[in-house]
Write a protein that binds this ligand. Structure first.
Ligand code: BG6
Length: 469
């Protein structure tokens, strides 16, 4: 089987992780510009001031992407580049940059797939309470409209938010992302609700513009499985799926929050401050949401947490995805398992769980349209005689693409696959050590670029439309 002719083979990036030029051409300061400069917050205090300088080298980068044969490039827009103080004046030079980037993609026939929010919030809004303040919701809707109007003639695929669970839980529970707040459960749920409201309003506005493109949201896809057959662990996995999946997917796909979580939030006093109007806009906009983007890296293997009184100190390492933590409410715990395979950073590698999870999603939500908006291997790539021989990445993407192929054969409506990442970039908390790209960037030599073995391999897969996978 070949992948369908309208299936997009792509790769992805995010503004803060690639652009650099943090204070050029009128860009405002983002929360990450500030947070990454607090000593000890990031790996070796790395920050995105220069990153891989995509802002100045985008032409070279898009050319390399076209050499790989990418059909689509998923990138994000830096909000503070467009509206430096969050909700004030528009910065024309910011619009120019993305107009040029979009045009450069189109010049090579690469479909731009645009994320509006991949975590770099204008600092002025962060200082007013960030995503816990409803002013940020209004500001986002305004910013989204500026982007639809400026780029919507050429951009026909929009993602409102990237991974709400990550920036809200690391921001308000683990304190590992801005605003660096720990264990504030009430704020965490408030931030999630505000994001869903912002998403719903942006979807409505986009549809009203009649630009005839599609709009959706990207979520982490980390389905929870019980570590064994014990009833208490199965219940723990159910709980994990309610809180980390249904809480995020239901409002977007069904237009309402899952009862199971809503009831518990009421009991515990964690219910967000929400209005009838907000709940109604979430309800009515769900039907207009075109797709769901899934970022899949690993599943969760879950057991019941038996020491619910234990205070969990999340370190930078274990808060960024490796199993071993108890959930914020102390109900379950993710575990590392003897019989599973893990990356150097402790993330499980499981194309099988990917496939199982996709079937679970279909069983729960029906025939939704899906894009795999991120999937990839974080690794330290070997260089042999000047070539970047990233064989483990090829293996990783190959097995996960096979899972996608099998899922399509099962009738699951997947319309595209975006490897993370198009080019080596700044990992939020792991610096440049953890590489993901098809394109290598030499940090010891002028940020020179070179296509890796995985890039050439992907080129072949795209050319054959995955027939030999
Ligand atoms: C996703 C994000 O969570 O995972 C990306 O959307 C991120 O921005 C990627 O880079 C990999 O995470 P990490 O921590 O390995 O860089």
């Amino acid at each position: 089987m070949k992948f369908p002719h309208d299936f997009l083979f792509g790769a992805a990036s995010a503004s803060y992780q690639v652009e650099g030029a943090w204070n050029e051409d009128g860009k405002g300061i983002s929360n990450w510009d500030v947070f990454s400069k607090i000593p000890g917050k990031t790996y070796k205090n790395t920050n995105g001031d220069i990153s891989v300088d995509h802002y100045h080298r985008y032409k070279e980068d898009i050319k390399l992407m076209s050499e790989i044969g990418l059909e689509s490039y998923r990138f994000s827009i830096s909000w503070p580049r467009i509206i430096p103080d969050g909700d004030g004046q528009v910065n024309e030079k910011g619009l120019d940059f993305y107009n040029n980037l979009i045009d450069e993609c189109l010049k090579y026939g690469i479909v731009p797939f645009v994320t509006l929010y991949h975590w770099d919030l204008p600092q002025t809004l962060e200082e007013c309470g960030g995503w816990t303040n409803k002013r940020t919701v209004d500001a986002f809707v305004k910013y989204a409209n500026v982007c639809f109007n400026a780029f919507g003639d050429r951009v026909k695929h929009w993602i409102t938010f990237n991974e709400t669970i990550v920036f809200t839980s690391l921001g308000y529970l683990a304190g590992a992302h801005p605003p660096g707040i720990k264990n504030d459960i009430k704020k965490y749920f408030q931030a999630t609700h505000n994001v869903f409201t912002a998403h719903a309003r942006a979807v409505k506005d986009y549809k009203a513009l009649r630009q005839f493109g599609e709009i959706g949201i990207t979520h982490v896809f980390s389905p929870a499985f019980s570590a064994d057959e014990k009833e208490e662990n199965k219940l723990a996995a159910y709980h994990a799926n309610q809180y980390s999946l249904a809480w995020y997917y239901d409002p977007v796909l069904k237009g309402e929050y899952p009862d199971y979580v809503v009831k518990q939030l009421e009991e515990k006093g964690w219910t967000p401050d929400w209005t009838e109007e907000e709940l109604s806009i979430i309800k009515t906009s769900a039907a207009s949401n075109d797709f769901i983007g899934l970022n899949y890296y690993q599943p969760q293997r879950v057991i019941k947490n038996n020491n619910s009184d234990e205070v969990i100190e999340r370190t930078r390492e274990n808060s960024t995805g490796a199993p071993g933590n108890a959930s914020f409410d102390g109900v379950y715990r993710t575990v590392k398992m003897e019989d599973k395979v893990y990356t150097k950073w402790g993330w499980e590698i499981s194309p099988e769980a990917f496939f199982e999870g996709l079937k679970m999603l279909k069983a729960h939500y029906g025939d939704i349209k899906i894009y795999i908006t991120e999937n990839g291997l974080g690794d330290e790539d070997p260089i042999i005689e000047g070539e970047i021989v990233d064989v483990p990445r090829i293996k990783y993407i190959e097995t996960h693409l096979k899972a996608v192929k099998n899922a399509i054969a099962e009738g699951i409506n997947i319309k595209g696959y975006y490897a993370w990442s198009a080019i080596d970039l700044l990992s939020w908390l792991n610096g440049y050590k953890k590489q993901y790209g098809f394109i290598y960037v030499d940090h010891n030599n002028n940020l020179n670029r070179k296509i890796k073995l995985s890039g050439y391999w992907y080129k072949k897969i795209i050319k054959e439309r995955g027939e030999n996978l």
